[in-house]
Design a protein around this ligand. Structure first.
Ligand SMILES: C[S@@+](CC[C@H](N)C(=O)[O-])C[C@H]1O[C@@H](n2cnc3c(N)ncnc32)[C@H](O)[C@@H]1O
Length: 254
């Protein structure tokens, strides 16, 4: 009987571990692409970045992920319900700061308070009629020490997922006038599909860093829609990025 109980406990521990780990890469977790994560951490190392700033919190799952890799995460969400849910989801993460704000206002306040420190900005606020990306970049004008990551960006010729609003594609042509006012010397990079690699169940099971005991949801979507989960990015850094698998963007101002 005792042995049976012990076996049961062991089994339930494994199930919990398995189940809880899944959320991080489940339906709600946009950071399914190992290569993008690797490049963000590469940027962190090279530019000595300790703060991750995100626009568009959604449910705070991405923020929780990045909080394991940066000293501080600041993130803003415009939608009240999502903001409240994020607060609840992140309550145990003392290095995450969540703001209920429209992203350009949040960025203006962040910049006023922290100045031009070495941070990485993930610009990921979208889905509403108002698409704030250009206003966000405008707010960041003349912020020479930052790096910028834009998710769901068109990486030409790659067939990776990206966004379109009112038939406007999220691409270099759309953002470049604003982007190079943030830093005229930005080095800019796209990701390549051949390096896009989703986490497997085994990776997740083996990973200590990414374990999150609070979360519960389904992971099925990831593996049922592998191609849809492969998304384009634009990464801009204040100087040339070393040891990267990303492809240099050849566009310049003008
Ligand atoms: C793609 S989700 C963000 C995912 C999140 N960054 C992550 O990695 O888990 C986009 C979010 O941006 C929010 N959003 C849309 N417009 C916004 C704005 N102007 N300011 C702040 N958040 C906004 C949406 O409500 C939505 O939750």
């Amino acid at each position: 009987m005792a042995q049976q109980l012990q076996e049961q406990k062991k089994y339930s521990r494994i199930v919990n571990l398995y189940y809880n780990k899944y959320i991080i890469f489940g339906e709600k977790m946009p950071w399914k692409d190992k290569n993008i994560i690797k490049e963000v951490l590469n940027t962190r190392e090279q530019f000595d970045i300790s703060t991750f700033v995100e626009t568009g919190t959604f449910e705070g799952i991405g923020a929780r992920f990045w909080s394991k890799h940066f000293d501080f995460v600041h993130t803003c969400e415009i939608d009240e319900k999502r903001y409240n849910l994020s607060i609840a989801n992140c309550r145990k993460y003392k290095n995450i700061f969540i703001y209920h704000k429209n992203s350009p206002e949040f960025l203006a306040e962040f910049k006023k308070k922290h100045g031009d420190i070495s941070v990485i900005y993930l610009l990921d606020a979208h889905w509403d009629d108002y698409w704030p990306i250009l206003d966000e970049l405008k707010t960041l004008e003349n912020t020479l020490n930052c790096s910028i990551l834009i998710h769901d960006f068109h990486s030409p010729g790659q067939g990776l997922g990206h966004d379109k609003y009112n038939k406007i594609r999220l691409n270099m042509a759309y953002v470049k006038d604003y982007l190079f006012k943030v830093n005229p010397n930005f080095s800019c990079y796209y990701n390549l599909k051949k390096y896009s690699e989703l986490w497997s169940v085994d990776d997740i099971m083996e990973s200590d860093v990414l374990f999150d005991s609070d979360s519960v949801t389904s992971q099925k979507y990831n593996w049922s829609n592998k191609e849809g989960c492969k998304r384009g990015i634009l990464l801009c850094t204040p100087a040339e990025l070393k040891n990267t698998t990303l492809s240099n963007v050849l566009t310049h101002i003008g």
